[in-house]
Ligand binder design. Structure first.
Ligand SMILES: Cc1cc2nc3c(=O)[nH]c(=O)nc-3n(C[C@H](O)[C@H](O)[C@H](O)COP(=O)(O)OP(=O)(O)OC[C@H]3O[C@@H](n4cnc5c(N)ncnc54)[C@H](O)[C@@H]3O)c2cc1C
Length: 461
């Protein structure tokens, strides 16, 4: 028989990733007594095997490109090579520093951190290490894992993002299966590091969830960078031997490479955790909740990647904050999924918030939409950086901006303003009246809104 800790917590959080630790921190801030159960490392996927280490690799990749391209700017530099041990040490030091900070934060907020694998054994109880941890509220936040395809076993030269982040060498050649966010980010890193890269995507475009104009622009940019890709092509199988991995496509073609990265999406980590036994509804493993993230069972909530929708860390953070506030009785406003910003950090970056043009026409009516594309060629700072790309705005005629879509170097940093515009339902005329510093890339957002408001300055009318 398992022991009880004796304490009944206000919230028991199962899983200490972005969603879970945000719930715990906000709950504790609101004066609630919180237990946080984590079987791996506090910080979860994002900190240890997702957002942070991949962006460190992408930064190293940018430096490699800069060294290679110095002569374009009159700087004598050349790339002598990539020292993966050095790159990994840099990446690990970034992760390690943040991990330490997070551990300190959780401790300072007096959250009870329980290490071990938990299982829901009653609607208000999680069993961990033979101990029963009871809560007036339970928040499920067990996250996600890298999926594969039926018959495609991970091992050896066939890897997921988890192994890709631990590589001690730059592969000579890689096939990337999946042209979504994770696939294109690794493709971008490896190309910058000198590998031959081929992406295989079953859907008609790379980054297929984005506005089609961005997908097409990214495809042009990747073609220019020498990143090969095949879209609308289905994977048939893969074999591996001492010489490499041999990837066959349904078209009959075979591509040989040193490695195959399987980046076909992430599945919810919910199997065998007792959720269904307690009456929680699962759909293909995802936890179904209402818009207030309640599962419909007792006081059980769910946050993060196990809840269907965008699998992004900042969505998990916001959901965690929401649930803690809900439990504390603050009745927070629900989260608008389409108002969550999305950034793909490859080179060039892709960033968007709100509705694509197609979706906006579907929601508001085909004739009710206006849009503009502002080319970064007219933006001083982008010219200085040597980047190309554009900002596409989608508005309801005589109404607010409902979509901001961007491609180009560093546009991920512009999405902060984009998300304020969309979420505050600003009209282009409101934004056009605001002053943007010169020369910045933010100015391009200002210019795009000037254009949409009918008074373009540095663009042809
Ligand atoms: C390669 C890659 C790059 C990414 N890049 C970005 C990015 O740039 N920006 C972005 O916003 N998102 C990015 N993501 C997605 C982001 O990492 C996830 O959306 C986020 O981590 C989800 O948070 P979560 O709390 O739902 O789950 P997770 O972070 O997966 O955390 C779940 C935690 O629960 C623990 N756990 C699971 N089961 C149990 C159990 N039974 N008992 C105890 N503990 C348990 C796990 O150990 C884990 O720590 C990336 C993901 C990957 C894989």
């Amino acid at each position: 028989m398992a022991d009880s800790t004796g304490t009944v917590f206000d919230i028991v959080v199962l899983g200490g990733g972005s969603g879970g630790y945000a719930t715990a921190l906000r709950g504790a801030q609101l004066g609630l007594n919180v237990a946080l159960i984590e079987s791996g490392k506090l910080g979860g996927t994002c900190l240890h095997s997702g957002c942070i280490p991949t962006k460190a690799l992408l930064h190293a990749a940018e430096l490699a490109d800069n060294a290679r391209d110095g002569h374009h700017f009159g700087v004598s530099s050349e790339l002598h090579g990539i020292d993966m041990a050095g790159v990994n040490a840099y990446k690990d030091s970034v992760v390690g520093g943040l991990y330490k900070g997070l551990q300190g934060l959780v401790k300072s907020r007096s959250v009870t951190l329980i290490e071990g694998r938990g299982r829901l054994v009653a609607a208000d109880t999680v069993e961990v290490n033979g101990q029963l941890v009871q809560g007036r509220n339970v928040v499920l936040a067990t996250g996600s894992y890298a999926r594969s395809l039926p018959g495609l076993e991970i091992g050896g030269r066939i890897i997921t993002s988890d192994q890709a982040l631990e590589l001690d060498h730059v592969p000579g050649s890689v096939v990337v299966l999946g042209g979504g966010v994770i696939g294109v980010e690794f493709a971008s890193v490896w190309k910058s590091f000198g590998a031959n890269v081929t992406i295989v995507e079953a859907l008609p475009h790379l980054v297929p969830n984005e506005d089609e104009s961005l997908s097409k622009a990214l495809e042009r940019a990747f073609r220019k960078r020498g990143i090969a890709f095949q879209v609308g092509v289905r994977f048939a199988g893969a074999t591996q031997d001492d010489n490499g991995v041999h990837v066959s496509l349904e078209s009959g073609e075979t591509i040989d490479a040193d490695l195959l990265l399987v980046a076909v999406g992430r599945g919810p980590s919910t199997n065998g955790l007792g959720y269904e036994e307690q009456g929680v509804t699962l759909d293909r493993g995802f936890v179904i909740t209402n818009e207030r993230l309640h599962t419909g069972v007792a006081n059980i909530y769910a946050v993060g990647d196990i809840v269907p929708g965008l699998q992004l860390a900042h969505r998990g953070f916001q959901q965690g904050i929401f649930v803690a506030e809900e439990i504390a009785g603050l009745a927070p406003a629900t989260i608008n999924e389409s108002g969550i910003p999305r950034v793909t950090y490859c080179d060039p970056e892709v960033a968007s918030v709100g509705l694509t043009e197609v979706k906006a026409r579907e929601v508001h009516g085909t004739d009710a939409i206006d849009m503009v594309e502002y080319n970064l060629g007219g933006n001083g700072k982008s010219k200085i950086l040597g980047t190309t790309g554009f900002i596409k705005l989608v508005r309801v005629k005589n109404g607010p901006v409902v979509g901001v879509h961007m491609i180009g170097a560093r546009v991920g940093e512009l999405i902060g303003e984009g998300q304020l515009i969309v979420n505050w339902e600003a009209h282009p005329e409101d934004v056009a009246a605001l002053v943007h510093a010169h020369p910045t890339q933010n100015e391009a957002l200002g210019e795009a809104h000037l254009a949409l408001a009918g008074k373009p300055l540095h663009a042809h009318s």
